[in-house]
Design a binder for this molecule. Structure first.
Ligand code: UDX
Length: 434
């Protein structure tokens, strides 16, 4: 198939490169000429495991030529189907901001006005239920001067890509969700995905666009709530002096619970769980429904960084003292600090008057944008030196190896928010839920 992808973020670029790897001809359209140039040079514009190899293989000067990028929407005219992979950020009140999607749909609709034959548009961005049908499709019709179902088809295909494993998640999906409001759009989506479905033997969910939109939110909100539930139970364990991880290991043997996403600790961050959970809560409330469990999951997640600092307060008065924060990324394997639990932790330490020194293997530059005036160390050892206390917020493997470095602390007190530091003699150690 000839495919156009609008948007080159970690979803758009990953999807474009993977579609090319499946044998399709792909053009990635982005407003950023720098990103376009990077891809056409055969380089990956974002850090994702496996992506540089795919972009080099399909877009590089000696590549297959199945992937290229452009800033020009007219490239759509030479393709059969367009995937919209544009950001849907969060408004201040938690509701979804569709302005970028609406602008993309407008430009796409204007372009489709010039296309004489059938075209399929697939929404891949995470949008609240009803958006494809009630917002995107009307824009495409108005701007193209044509009617959906007659001149073009519309589908919705949510992604389930995790940062750091996006390529592997795409090529080894646990499901492929094809939401379509007309049969031709469904047929086109099968033409695109059948090579993947066959190669990965992936289950296919065929539904309408509104249900496909909700499947994405339900997936993320459920996983976020599962973490908040194990954190709620973990907090109870802590009050009883019980190790929540021993409890989690036991209940994971019940295959109705499973073993994934049972790591209690300082909570969930990232660009998706917070945004998507808030967006579906806001959308539900607009329908006059009060999603109490989801709201409690968010409230409990907000509580965890404060519980971490309360445990530190129990051992150290941090006012005017040097405190090390180990880990700034929202999870290991990424430099992304969006909604990282380290942000409220650093904020809370500064409110206590602590002198914060922070360390992360790769996320320092991004965190400096949030806190330009705290000290950043080049290593965990340097951060710990002379520190009156330390908190661990990201479970980087290197923190599991820390041992003698704690001896350089002025007062070896460590509160571990991710169960990554080994307890040892001479260390006052507190686990958040163990
Ligand atoms: C998530 C979803 O997993 C993915 O399917 C969706 O498409 C995008 O959002 P991502 O945000 O990249 O992916 O990260 P993920 O690996 O899911 O972790 C999210 C957060 O949960 C991280 O802050 C992580 O530290 C935390 N987490 C994860 C826990 O606190 N405990 C766990 O057991 C697992």
């Amino acid at each position: 198939m000839e495919i156009s992808i609008v948007g080159s973020g970690y979803v758009g670029t990953t999807v474009a490169a993977c579609f090319a790897d499946l044998g399709h001809d792909v053009v990635n359209i982005d407003i950023d000429a720098e990103i376009v140039k990077t891809i056409n040079d055969g380089d990956a514009p974002i850090h994702e495991e496996g992506l540089p190899e795919l972009v080099a293989e399909h877009a590089g000067p000696s590549g297959t030529g199945r992937l290229h990028a452009t800033t020009d929407y007219a490239a759509v005219l030479d393709t059969d189907v367009t995937f919209l992979c544009l950001p849907t950020p969060q408004n201040d009140d938690g509701s979804i901001d569709l302005s970028i999607m609406e602008a993309g749909a407008t430009q796409l609709g204007e372009t489709l006005a010039q296309k004489g034959d059938w075209h399929t548009v697939v929404v891949k961005s995470t949008v609240v239920p009803g958006t494809t049908e009630e917002t995107i499709t009307p824009i495409l019709e108005a701007e193209s001067g044509t009617t959906a179902g007659e001149a073009f088809g519309v589908g919705m295909n949510p992604e389930f890509l995790r940062e750091g494993t996006a390529v592997d998640d795409f090529l080894n999906p646990d499901k492929v969700v094809l939401g379509a409001d007309d049969d031709r759009a469904l047929a086109t989506m099968h033409d695109v995905f059948d090579p993947l479905i066959k190669a990965a033997d992936a289950p296919v969910v065929e539904t309408d666009t509104r249900t496909a939109e909700m499947i994405k939110y339900a997936n993320n909100a459920f996983l976020a709530s599962k973490i908040s539930l194990i954190n709620d139970l973990g907090n109870i364990c802590k009050e009883f002096g019980i190790d929540a991880y021993e409890v989690a290991d036991a209940i994971s043997l019940d295959d109705r619970i499973g073993e994934q996403f049972l790591r209690s600790g300082v909570g969930w961050g990232g660009s998706c769980f917070p945004k998507d959970t808030h967006a579906i809560i806001s959308a539900a409330e607009e329908q006059d429904y009060d999603p109490t469990v989801l709201k409690s999951a968010v409230e409990l997640n907000d509580r965890q960084p404060h519980r971490l600092l309360d445990l530190l307060d129990g051992h150290v008065d941090v006012a005017d003292e040097r405190v090390a924060v180990l880990g700034l990324a929202f999870k290991p394997g990424t430099d992304d600090v969006r909604n990282s639990r380290a942000i409220p932790v650093i904020d809370g330490l500064r409110k206590r008057g602590a002198d914060v020194v922070a360390y992360d293997p790769v996320a320092t530059a991004n965190m400096r944008e949030h806190f330009p005036d705290i000290e950043y160390a080049d290593s965990a050892a340097a951060a710990l030196k002379r520190a009156q206390g330390a908190v661990v917020v990201t479970d980087w493997d290197e923190f599991a190896a820390l041992d003698a470095e704690f001896d350089a602390m002025a007062d070896p007190v460590v509160v571990d928010g991710r169960r990554i530091v080994e307890r040892r003699e001479g260390l006052t150690y507190e686990g958040l839920t163990w």
